[in-house]
Each structure stands twice: as structure tokens, then as C-alpha cells.
Design a protein around this ligand. Structure first.
Ligand code: 3HC
Length: 294
């Protein structure tokens, strides 16, 4: 397998999503340049990659040799200049429009004129990002799902300005990586989040109203609807701050009450209880703290 018409792909931002995307690319035989803002963040990114591939070796899903090969395909750097040879760069930095615009301005400067630039945004407008660059026809959205190495769907987002050829090439890469692309227009939440987050938000509202307990809601959706995780386990996995951002973006566009963020979700985010990544969200992951329901 390889990256089809892309031979070298950059990933900017190596948090949970960026590192997961870098792993998917490297597993698919693509050479990857991973860029982070400083040495500390780069080490955390390396940790994500080593941890995830190490877990796969432990579970007998990957040989140690294959793991070494995968990690060997990923070059890590703190310099944007190292993205100069890439024919595709995927940005996966935090969901702040100003930050993404700055990253794209820099990518526009250092990348080859024919390079395609993609954003992994889950809630911002791809068009907003595209118009701040000098190459809006080469800007696409490429939205992976968490955990990226596991989830099959990748939404490929075209704006009214995107060159259809760029969209096709990116969808082709997604297929080559063994994932399933869907190609859609630039609307808040795209397809999957637009549908998923109304449901997640309603679950939070149901808990808040005392209609049912957290555990019973999670159990109902797992045992009754066949989902791999209940809504609270899933929100804790996604990160409650991300859930709030996604809901706010969708609500701003849809004005549909179902997307008006639940006050409980907002309260947890304000309190810094963001889910698994902080050790507590709807559930507590700190064994010493015991189990409490918000
Ligand atoms: N990274 C890499 N691999 C992982 C992983 C991770 N973070 N978490 C789990 N896995 C792998 C495991 O290694 C295992 O692989 P194997 O079968 O090859 O050995 C496989 O996934 C199953 O893992 P587990 O047996 O540990 O646990 P589960 O069976 O409970 O699966 C799950 C975990 C894959 C996370 C599953 O519960 C699931 O699919 N949950 C729903 C996730 C979901 O809906 N994600 C979308 C969120 S929305 C989003 O991301 C959009 C964004 O914009 C907000």
C-alpha cells in the first residue's frame, strides 16, 4: 500500500488526532513528516505513536519489525520548513480558527505550490480557512474519527472553491489507507457529527433532568441500540471541551434546540473536567477518587 498520488504527507499537530492520523498514514506505507510546535509537544506526539503501536504489538496485531518500519516512516520535526517536500499536509492543531489560520498561512508559505492542504477540523468552516490562503482551490477538509487508527470513516470536505481533482485525490488516499471516505459539502458538523452530537447532547439533557442515570443511559444505548459505547463513555473519549465546541458550532449554524449545549456539559468543561484526558468527565478515571455521577 502507499499514498496513491501522494508520496509524502505532512501532519501538523501530534495530539491524539494528529498522532493517530500519522499512524494510519505510516501503517499504509506513506512517508510522514510530523510537525509540532516545540520539543515537549513533539515528545508527547512520539509517545502517542510509540504507545499506540506498542499496544498493537502486545495484542499480537503487529510484529515488532512491522512496528519499527511504521515508526521509521515518520520523521518528526519542530520546523515547518521540513514540510516543503510534502504533496499533502494535514493540519490537526486545536480547534481555534485564529490558530488554524496562522498554521495555514505558514503552510501556504513553505509548501510547494501544487501541494494540497487539508484540515482535520471537526467544527470550523473549511471555507473560512481556505479563503485566508493563496491557494483556496487546494484546500480540503479531511475529518478522521477518534480513535483514528480504528474508526473507518473519513469525511472529505469540499468547499465551493475546491478543485474537484484535489478532492478525488484525497478520497483516493483515504481508500488506499483502508478507510471509507464520504465526500460532502462544508456545513457545520458535516454529516456524522451533525447527527451524532444532537444525540449526545440529548443524553446529557436526560441525565440533567434526572430522567435516567448515567449508567442506565449508557447501558440502554449499548445493549439496546448496539452501539460500542454509551453516550457518556463516548463523550469522555472525545473530550468534553471538543463536544462543547462541536455543539456550539453546529448550533450557531442550525439554530436547532437539539444542538444548544446542555448546561451540564458546559459546567463540566468550565470545571476542567474534560473526560479521559483529565482523569474525570462524566466518569472518573482516577481509581482513588472513586465513582461519582455528576
Ligand atoms: N488507538 C488505537 N487503537 C485503539 C484505540 C486507540 N486509542 N482504542 C482502541 N483501539 C483498538 C484496540 O487496540 C483494539 O484493536 P484490536 O481489535 O486490533 O486488538 C480495538 O481498537 C478494540 O479495542 P478494545 O477491545 O480495547 O475496546 P473496544 O472493543 O471497546 O473498542 C473503541 C474501543 C474502538 C473505541 C470502540 O468502543 C468504539 O468504536 N467506540 C465508539 C467510538 C466512536 O464513536 N468514535 C467517534 C467519535 S466522534 C469523533 O471522533 C468526531 C470528532 O470530530 C469529535
Amino acid at each position: 500500500m502507499s499514498g496513491g498520488s501522494f508520496s509524502r504527507v505532512g501532519v501538523v499537530g501530534l495530539g491524539t488526532m494528529g498522532a493517530g492520523i500519522a499512524e494510519v498514514l505510516a501503517r499504509g506505507g506513506v512517508r510522514v513528516v510530523g510537525v509540532e510546535v516545540d520539543a515537549g509537544a513533539l515528545e508527547r506526539g512520539r509517545g502517542h505513536l510509540e504507545g499506540s503501536t506498542g499496544r498493537a504489538v502486545k495484542r499480537g496485531r503487529l510484529t515488532e519489525d512491522a512496528r519499527r518500519e511504521i515508526l521509521g516512516r515518520v520523521a518528526l520535526s519542530t520546523s515547518f520548513a521540513d514540510l516543503g517536500d510534502c504533496d499533502l499536509v494535514i493540519e490537526a492543531v486545536p480547534e481555534r480558527l485564529e490558530l488554524k489560520r496562522r498554521v495555514f498561512a505558514e503552510l501556504d508559505r513553505v509548501c510547494r505550490d501544487d501541494a494540497v492542504l487539508a484540515t482535520n477540523t471537526s467544527s470550523l468552516s473549511v471555507t473560512d480557512i481556505a479563503v485566508t490562503t493563496g491557494r483556496p482551490t487546494k484546500i480540503v477538509g479531511v475529518h478522521f474519527f477518534n480513535p483514528a487508527p480504528v474508526m473507518r470513516l473519513v469525511e472529505v470536505i469540499r468547499t465551493v472553491l475546491t478543485d474537484p481533482g484535489a478532492v478525488e485525490r484525497v478520497a483516493g488516499l483515504v481508500k488506499d489507507l483502508g478507510k471509507t471516505p464520504v465526500t460532502i459539502g462544508d456545513r457545520a458538523g458535516f454529516v456524522a457529527n451533525r447527527l451524532l452530537f444532537g444525540y449526545l447532547n440529548q443524553a446529557a439533557g436526560m441525565l440533567e433532568s434526572g430522567h435516567a442515570t448515567r449508567d442506565d443511559i449508557d447501558t440502554a444505548m449499548k445493549a439496546g441500540a448496539g452501539l460500542p459505547m454509551g453516550p457518556f463513555t463516548l463523550m469522555d473519549l472525545i473530550g468534553l471541551d471538543t463536544c462543547l465546541e462541536v455543539l456550539e458550532a453546529i448550533y450557531a449554524e442550525s439554530r436547532d434546540r437539539r444542538h444548544a449545549p446542555s448546561p451540564l456539559l458546559r459546567e463540566l468543561v468550565t470545571a476542567g473536567l474534560l473526560g479521559r484526558k483529565t482523569g474525570r468527565g462524566f466518569y472518573s478515571y482516577d481509581k482513588a477518587a472513586g465513582e461519582t455521577e455528576p
